[in-house]
Design a binder for this molecule. Sequence first.
Ligand code: S5P
Length: 264
Amino acid sequence: MQASEAWGERWSNAVLPMARRYMEVACEKQSLVCLAADRNTMAGLMDLIGEVGPYIAALKTHVDLVDDWSLEKWTELCNLAQEHNLLIFEDRKFADIGKISKAQMGGIYDIRSWSDIVTAHLISGPDIVDGLQSAWQEKDREGGVLLLAQMSSRGNLLTEEYSENVVNVGVQSDGVLGFIGNGSRPEELKTLRMRVGEQKMIWTPGVNLNVGDGEMGQRYGDPYEAVLAGSDCIIVGSGIHRADNPAEVAKQYAQVSWKALINR
Ligand code: S5P
């Protein structure tokens, strides 16, 4: 199926090249799954990507939680991700002023050189998006920012009003790929989708085939419901990387997410 057919308005309205790239990869793989690869060793990460690479469209990393990180090993990981045609998404949740966020795209981890997508809070104001985009531009690279409009964890401080403000700023900003929404609450997601409209993406953590409460305040909703409510990508971590057979489970998430997109 063509990406334009599967994605409809999301495809025709897309401005950022990274948005179309994601939609194409998702179509090719028939999967709206972003793996939250929260393993803390390089070997564990490499094994995981090797197993589930064919069933996912994007790879989400937390580069600063890896015990044995080195630039050399990380380059290997990025090469492996590219072999599997995955978008690489560093979930850094930048929050500082524009120029510092830009500088934080460099440093030891040099996120600007290998990430296709990063997350940011809009708490410091709209210039953070320009800061992050200019870091990619200096490396002649394209990227997209996902702004946190909602969170999946209980008791978070992102109020309705705050969320609305984030969306109002984000939809006007070309450097914004879309928003992080709360996958555990389809009703909240529907409201978010109404506010966002049909152009920008919504990516959702807090989804699991086993719905309910997770560890330390995490909450889980049903991935199929999340996509029907307006999510364009389901971010799945422990549901896959802690499974006995990650590949088999990743395949299930892929099937569920793709079916939901087609039905939507
Ligand atoms: O609100 C949020 C935003 C994010 S990006 N809630 C989240 O859980 N996340 C991320 O999604 C979190 O950092 C983790 O990497 C992943 C969820 O993992 P899981 O194991 O709970 O599926």
